[in-house]
Design a protein around this ligand. Structure first.
Ligand code: G3P
Length: 218
């Protein structure tokens, strides 16, 4: 399973990259705004900075909700760097734009996916990635992980090449559950990645190894 980090924070991206396990980055307008990145020139510049830190795919989301606007924005984003993946909302214009970019060989990520039917449509449009939002489903008492299983089954039935990019990850158990259900990619905050390192028995075990070494070597 590929690990993407879901943030526009350059320090968090650098920290994840330094671990040597980062495969890409996803962003969205809320995450850009959280970092105070506003205005088209600054937003485009920020994507360039992100692309310099990581080797993998970087999802950049369009703001337009009409087909022509999405095409114009997406082409500007894709021209920035071959790492850029045009992120499109799961609406009719987004699906149409997804097919347009697929036919042009530009990578896409269909976002705001909350049902298996939506994921099927994204695959039919040739999306590179589909982003089901686990955490937001869990927030409304619906099983987000079950959705991943449904999408996995459908994609495997028909050998769709669209990669399942589990998004809206909130914690480490989401990451583990995504791996168990066969997500191709997970994207989450830095804490969901670094949290995987932690186990109290690791800390206790390491302290004892070091203490025993010290006792034997003084
Ligand atoms: O980038 C899309 C998704 O990961 C957002 O997550 O935590 O805002 O539901 P969240």
């Amino acid at each position: 399973m590929k690990f993407f980090i879901d943030t526009a924070n350059l320090d968090d991206i650098k920290e994840a990259q330094a671990l040597g396990i980062l495969d890409g980055v996803t962003t969205n307008p809320s995450l850009m705004n959280k970092e105070g990145i506003v205005g088209q020139a600054n937003i485009l510049d920020h994507y360039q900075k992100i692309c310099k830190i990581v080797d993998g795919d970087v999802s950049a989301e369009v703001i337009s909700t009409d087909f022509e606007g999405m095409v114009k924005e997406g082409e500007t984003l894709a021209a920035l760097n071959p790492q850029i993946v045009v992120k499109l909302p799961m609406i009719a214009a987004g699906i149409k734009a997804c097919k347009y970019f697929t036919d042009k060989g530009i990578k896409t990520n269909v976002t705001l996916v909350f049902s298996a039917g939506q994921a099927l449509l994204a695959a039919k449009a040739g999306a590179t990635y589909v982003s089901p939002f686990l955490g937001r489903l869990d927030d409304v008492s619906t099983d987000g992980i079950h959705l991943i299983s449904e999408i996995r089954l459908i994609y495997d039935n028909y050998s769709f090449e669209t990669q399942i990019l589990a998004a809206s990850i909130r914690h480490t158990m989401h990451v583990v559950d995504c791996a168990k259900t066969g997500s191709d990619v997970m994207t989450g905050p830095l804490s969901s990645i670094t949290g995987l390192l932690k186990h109290p028995l690791t800390d206790i075990g390491l302290a004892k190894f070091l203490a025993d070494y010290k006792n034997g070597n003084q």
